[in-house]
Design a protein. Structure first.
Ligand code: GAL
Length: 381
């Protein structure tokens, strides 16, 4: 054993030397098996935006976890602007970051930053969203994004009464009219959510239990750039005008994110529907358990969301960072699913939960994600 360890250490030392040769101005990076003392570690954390509360929570949770280990953290939010995110990452590399944790705005726009990170021996952890088309993505922490899409479609089918709470068919045959929304086309997750959802809905579309009256069933038609609430509201308003002004009923809307859901609900209510599910507001799905949407769920307005416990995701990013700092490799639980166009990135996937009015309490309150007061106020403390 000892001998093996010595050989491994030798090989690691050679690799470490190799990494040093390519180091950038900041002199950061831990790739190649060297171990850093906690007080010497600087981690760059790049988050896409502060307009969605989940990314603020993610950023703060990652920062707190890393600081607990004694690391320095450079946390930046990029305002959903690609050049801003590129500059912030460039700066982190120049400042001597040893590890980078990045939730990309556009999964394909960070090529030169990743090349620079690799040249400086800095491991890159892709956070929640996969960075594409570059070989220098070392690890990926995320949720099972395909399953999130399955859950979104399942919650739509449950809201329409086609499936029961245990996901069994009730025999309800509709027919129901639905419309479909997808996330940002430059976010790799959006396709996973869409595929999971569409494969779940397809049998019901084939059998005529579900129909999409607008005919807009392609990802490109349904996609909302940068996950913008206003864009979703506008598209819903346009659909209502083009397809539903003749009195055609709308029963449900597949929405992949709470911000979009709230834009969609505003459009529906603006057209005189609802205002709540009990008064005929269509079933609208979601994702992220954002506080404003959790209140809408409790109030019987939005039907469902998908809860992804970002505290657990942040924890995995911290665990992966620690592995690199200690000269090792993070442990993956999936080494097949996430091909970024160049390679399959070893990943750690977490599970998500469907939340409807009935399980807000156990899923979100008892887990300490939101307090009862926050939910009643529809606002984080
Ligand atoms: C996705 C993420 C979702 C949601 C969305 C909009 O990448 O996985 O949870 O936050 O972005 O921000």
């Amino acid at each position: 054993m000892r001998k093996l360890a010595a050989v491994a250490f030798g090989a690691a030392a050679v690799l470490a030397l190799g990494a040093c040769a390519g180091e950038g101005a900041g002199g950061g990076g831990v790739e190649g098996g060297e171990t850093l003392a906690p007080e010497d570690v600087l981690v760059g954390v790049s988050m896409p935006t502060q307009t969605s509360e989940r990314w603020i929570a993610d950023g703060e949770a990652v920062e707190a976890g890393l600081e607990e280990l004694g690391y320095d953290v450079d946390l930046q939010f990029a305002n959903d602007d690609i050049p801003t995110q590129s500059q912030q990452i460039d700066q982190m590399i120049t400042n001597g970051a040893d590890v980078l944790i990045i939730a990309a705005i556009d999964g394909t726009a960070l090529g030169s930053q990743l090349d620079a990170a690799a040249a400086a021996g800095i491991p890159v952890i892709s956070y929640d969203r996969l960075i594409r088309d570059n070989e220098n993505v070392d690890f990926y922490v995320t949720f099972d994004n395909y399953d999130v899409g399955v859950q979104q479609a399942t919650s739509l089918l449950q809201g329409l009464g086609i499936l029961d709470a245990d996901r069994n068919e009730t025999g309800e045959e509709g027919p129901f009219n639905i419309e479909l929304f997808a996330g940002s086309p430059d976010d790799n997750n959006a396709t996973f959510f869409w595929n999971g959802a569409m494969e779940t809905l397809q049998p019901y579309l084939d059998s005529g239990v579900l129909t999409v009256p607008s005919g807009q069933t392609d990802f490109e038609q349904a996609a909302i750039l940068r996950w913008q609430q206003e864009t979703a509201q506008r598209r819903m308003e346009d659909l209502l005008t083009s397809t539903y002004s003749d009195g055609t009923e709308l029963h449900g809307v597949l929405s992949p994110y709470d911000g979009l859901s709230r834009g969609i609900i505003t459009a529906l209510q603006g057209a005189g529907m609802g205002p709540s599910l009990a008064d005929g507001l269509p079933v609208v799905t979601g994702q992220d358990a954002e506080i404003a949407s959790v209140k809408l769920i409790v109030d019987g307005v939005q039907f469902a969301t998908i809860f992804k416990d970002t505290r657990l995701l942040a924890e995995q990013a911290v665990i992966a960072t620690e592995a690199y700092v200690n000269g090792g490799e993070p442990e993956a639980n999936d080494t097949e699913t996430y091909d970024n166009g160049i390679k399959v990135v070893p990943s750690y996937l977490l599970e998500s939960v469907i939340v409807v009015a009935d399980n807000v309490e156990p899923a979100l309150v008892e887990t300490g994600y939101w307090t009862q007061e926050e939910i009643e106020a529809g606002q984080a403390d």
